[in-house]
Design a binder for this molecule. Structure first.
Ligand code: KIV
Ligand code: NA
Length: 265
């Protein structure tokens, strides 16, 4: 199998071939995501929510991200593995940002890092890139800033924030990022930004004109019950499938029908 690289991703934009990205946080799930032909696997800090049960992405640590990432890297034979720099691992200064990115590359064997923000983190992005580490940007509804926004609703609906996002996107491209995630912004703005950039945009709640799409794997498989924002298309109902299987197992154990004679030594 030919490994997807940041160059492959760039060529896909030029060809107009859409880029598929999904999250994964563990070996077994990442194996399925990789074998199903996903171009990019994101070890997102959404692990804080879906794996650890926190309300926000803020609590997850760099060590925990490295643990998740190393498991995903062992599974990914084809996909490009991108890992989120978690909250608190890069905001201090550019040296801290570089050290965090180096740890992710070295200890987990990741292929690239993703970092939230625009012009404010330019120095950090630049320093990480200088070390030869590919960087993906993330603009719009950046969940690590949820306490600044105060709400998970659509960002950049008004001109001032839209203009800041355009400038941030251009800055990230100019610095050398290989792609940018656009989260929960108007489709029209995402289309405009995608058209103005040479590097690909990957949308989540940002409409059909982005160069690629990303979803959290637990959300699209329907493992999370009750999380149904408009942008989410649910491809399965895994909560119910798993729930029924486990219920059947419990019932079989209690009724003494598992294990049977063929299932023993
Ligand atoms: O952490 C994450 O899952 C993400 C995607 C939603 C883009 O950053
Ligand atoms: Na994230």
């Amino acid at each position: 199998i030919k490994r997807i690289t940041t160059n492959t991703i760039q060529e896909m934009k030029v060809r107009g071939e859409k880029i598929s990205m999904l999250t994964a946080y563990d070996y077994s799930m990442a194996t399925i995501v990789d074998e199903a032909g996903t171009d990019i696997i994101l070890v997102g800090d959404s692990a804080s929510n879906v794996m650890a049960g926190h309300e926000t992405t803020l609590p997850i640590t760099l060590d925990q991200m490295i643990y998740h990432a190393s498991s995903v890297v062992r599974a990914a034979k084809r996909a490009l593995v991108v890992v989120d720099l978690p909250f608190g691992s890069y905001q201090g200064n550019s040296k801290e940002a570089l050290n965090s990115a180096i740890r992710i590359m070295k200890e987990a064997g990741a292929h690239a890092v993703k970092i939230e923000g625009g012009v404010e983190i330019a120095e950090s992005v630049s320093r990480i890139l200088t070390a030869g580490i590919p960087v993906m940007g993330h603009l719009g509804l950046t969940p690590q800033s949820i306490y600044k926004f105060g709400t998970y609703t659509v960002r950049a609906k008004h001109e001032a924030e839209a203009q800041k996002l355009r400038e941030d996107a251009l800055k990230l491209q100019e610095l050398g990022c290989f792609g940018i995630v656009l989260e929960k912004i108007p489709a029209k703005l995402a289309q405009e930004v995608s058209g103005s950039l040479q590097i690909p945009t990957i949308g989540i709640g940002a409409g059909q004109h982005c160069d690629g799409q990303v979803l959290v794997i637990h959300d699209m498989l329907g493992i999370n019950k009750g999380f149904k924002p408009r942008f989410l298309r649910q491809y399965s109902n895994m909560y119910d499938i798993m729930h029924d299987a486990i219920k059947n197992y419990n019932s079989d154990v209690k009724s003494n029908s598992f294990p049977n004679e063929k299932e023993q030594y």
